[in-house]
Ligand binder design. Sequence first.
Ligand code: ZN
Length: 209
Amino acid sequence: MPDLDQAAQAAQSAPGSRFVPDPAGWVPAARQVPSPNFDARPAHMPVDLVVIHNISLPPGQFGSGDIEAFFLNRLDPSRHPFFETIHQVRVSAHFLVTRGGELVQFVSCLDRAWHAGQSEFFGRPRCNDFSIGIEVEGSDDQPFTLAQYHTTAALVRALLGTYPVRAVAGHSDIAPGRKTDPGPHFDWAGFAAAAGVAPAQLPYRKEQP
Ligand SMILES: [Zn+2]
């Protein structure tokens, strides 16, 4: 398990932090790569959930640039057999955290990104309506990097201070049986401490023996 004390210190995002979204919902610390895959949230819908995912393209490979291509509808189906099955799928997330900890933003936090799919959070369906999606580049069978915890924690801390976020959940929590990410290697306890997320904001995360 990575030492997340350092991540906690790095995530003490003060007012004016570059992780705090601007009034248009874009985070200054992020490299902006606007995706066409978004639409408006329902009217008067508060953003009160953050969803953590993992993604790798091709599966299990990192740094190819294919995640960005996928969210921009530019995935080349000839590059990998798996891409032939997904290249026409229209999806996005608000954020991607690369293995090196770089933050990339595809959709304004004010808009609805298409990351959760069929999902439910305490009886509320269509989690895309009220959530911010963060893809952490990784897979279910490999540890995430300390740089990724630094960045994800700093981002979530800033989101908590900007929007009425009440909970942080994994994709697997809002689409159980259908999705497994962010997977068993995501250190929820360390992340929560680093991000300043109270245990009560992680409703699905019971203490593991
Ligand atoms: Zn996911």
